[in-house]
Design a binder for this molecule. Structure first.
Ligand SMILES: NC(=O)c1ccc[n+]([C@@H]2O[C@H](COP(=O)([O-])OP(=O)(O)OC[C@H]3O[C@@H](n4cnc5c(N)ncnc54)[C@H](O)[C@@H]3O)[C@@H](O)[C@H]2O)c1
Length: 325
């Protein structure tokens, strides 16, 4: 089987490519990536000469690049996106161009190749469901309504709706996953986990938005990759699956635990003005994925966090050059 992975030079995409090639030795992968500030070929240096792997430097906003990358492909796994909420608050246009128009170009080419493409899997996020109160007993699931609250999540809602509508109209075989916040290796140091870690390693302040009590449901990227695999292998065409980590943790707690692992003082934590429109809490109910796919997260948060911090300690040469981007 030949997979097209879009955005494979980013955080989750590069972890997915490693995971897939290790577990599916007879498959091949084409990685279509524009190498924005978040794309990094260093993430894939160890497999760049693997005959099963091909890199296409191209942009999903450009239909010609999409046509080129989809040659002979059986399955599309679509990660490519502008992914950082703060950047979408500063300027949302590129989020619409890549996340919406880019997705449209991929769908158009999938339609043109109907019959060739056996599955179009779209990577979405729990952020499309809006925000929960801290004391709300509910979690998001596949029946939750869309309630975008940042330009990033609005672009992901639009992309997700486009996938559903396009595939329904043209009878194309799609699946969608809505995953909670990931952590793991190759995570660009603007996101919470690596930002806390690289700042602690350099004895710099750890900036925490607002009161630090905002909660995310953290999932290790390996569990996300296993979830996508389960959907590709056992998921029903036309269905959506919510994938969560069962680890709801306030941001301030993440900062404290990272400092503890590195034996640094909590006094490095610095509260800063809250993010505009900051969502209070995300939480995912993955019971459909468990019942239908036999999937549930395997990485225990404490072990995953230790491993995560250790990776950043050992891979300074990977993250230091990224700080200037
Ligand atoms: N990070 C999370 O916690 C999380 C959680 C749920 C869902 N997601 C979704 O997973 C996907 C991957 O997220 P990530 O954190 O790995 O993102 P990332 O920012 O680390 O990587 C995005 C990748 O897409 C590429 N890209 C951006 N614009 C492109 C374009 N126009 N054409 C081709 N390539 C382009 C970048 O170069 C980069 O390699 C996104 O769709 C995101 O919405 C992320």
């Amino acid at each position: 089987m030949k997979l097209l992975v879009t955005g494979g030079a980013g955080f989750i995409g590069s972890n997915f490519i490693h995971y897939w090639l290790a577990n599916h030795p007879t498959d091949s992968i084409v990685n279509l990536d524009a190498l924005t500030y978040a794309g990094n070929l260093e993430n894939l240096r160890d497999i760049e000469k693997d005959p099963r792997y091909t890199f296409v430097h191209g942009d999903i906003r450009n239909p010609a690049d999409v046509v080129r990358a989809m040659e002979g492909v059986d399955v599309v796994v679509h990660f490519a996106a502008e992914s950082h909420v703060d950047r979408s608050i500063d300027g949302g246009k590129v989020f619409l161009e890549t996340n919406v128009i880019g997705t449209y170009n991929l769908l158009e080419e999938t339609k043109r190749r109907a019959g060739q493409i056996k599955r179009f899997h779209h990577i979405s996020t729990d952020e499309v469901f809006g925000s929960l109160e801290l004391d709300d007993p509910h979690k998001f699931n596949e029946k939750s309504c869309h309630d975008a609250r940042s330009p990033y999540s609005a672009s992901k809602v639009a992309a997700e709706q486009l996938v559903r509508a396009y595939c329904h109209t043209h009878d194309l075989p799609f699946t969608i996953s809505n995953c909670s916040n990931n952590y793991g290796p190759y995570m660009f140091p603007e996101k919470l986990f690596p930002l806390m870690t690289v700042n602690a390693l350099r004895d710099l302040p750890l900036p925490i938005y607002g009161d630090g009590l905002n909660i995310r449901d953290w999932i290790h990227v390996d569990d996300h990759c296993r979830g996508i695999e389960a959907i590709l292998e056992k998921g029903k065409v036309g269905e959506t699956y919510c994938l969560g980590g069962n680890a709801e943790i306030p941001n301030i707690e993440i900062a404290k635990r990272i400092l503890d692992i590195l034996h640094k003082p909590h006094s490095l934590i610095k509260f800063v003005e809250d993010r505009k429109g900051h969502d209070r809490r995300y939480a995912i109910d993955s019971s459909k994925a468990k019942a239908e796919l036999g999937w549930e997260p395997q990485v225990k948060f404490e072990e995953g966090l230790e491993k995560f911090v250790q990776w950043y300690v050992e891979n300074r040469g990977w993250w230091e050059p990224l700080l200037a981007r």
